[in-house]
Write a new protein. Structure first.
Length: 152
């Protein structure tokens, strides 16, 4: 079973996903992670199996993100939470709250998105059970907490 971080990293970098799945975590010293922890200090997190939902409000799940920069990863992370909840008989929707611009975005698990999620989960399974993926060599790599494992 995967976590929301698996889903997020799937959209960020296959190598980061592969390393994370093997409990190789480099984020402890990351300034971005420290900021994220500050944003989450006052939230009433809900843990269900292996997912950690930031909070539940008015029957909807809420995910708090620093910025909209990795929007697609954030949306699919929430879709994954909705998918897991649906498997437990709980159907709801989600809200992503982007702290930097105070924007909110609603996320709904449609049948199409659920089919897509199943494909993504299969692809994640292939990545984490395969050989270590190549480095992606993108601009985002320079700020990644895994940078030294990939490029040094």
């Amino acid at each position: 079973m995967f976590t929301g971080t698996h889903i997020n990293y799937y959209f960020t970098c296959p190598r980061k996903l592969w390393l994370f799945h093997r409990s190789i975590q480099c984020e402890q010293e990351s300034d971005l992670v420290k900021i994220g922890k500050i944003y989450h200090e006052d939230l009433d997190e809900i843990i269900i199996d292996n997912i950690k939902i930031d909070m539940m409000k008015k029957g909807k799940i809420w995910e708090v993100k620093k910025s909209i920069k990795n929007r697609r990863a954030s949306i699919y992370q929430v879709l994954y939470y909705l998918y897991v909840l649906k498997q437990k008989g709980i159907e709801t929707s989600g809200i992503i709250k982007y702290k930097e611009n105070n924007r909110k975005e609603e996320v709904v698990l449609t049948e199409e998105k659920e089919r897509e999620m199943l494909k993504i989960l299969d692809e994640i399974n292939e990545i984490v059970n395969g050989e270590v993926p190549e480095c992606i060599n993108k601009k985002i790599c320079k700020k990644c907490s895994y940078y030294e494992l990939c490029y040094v």
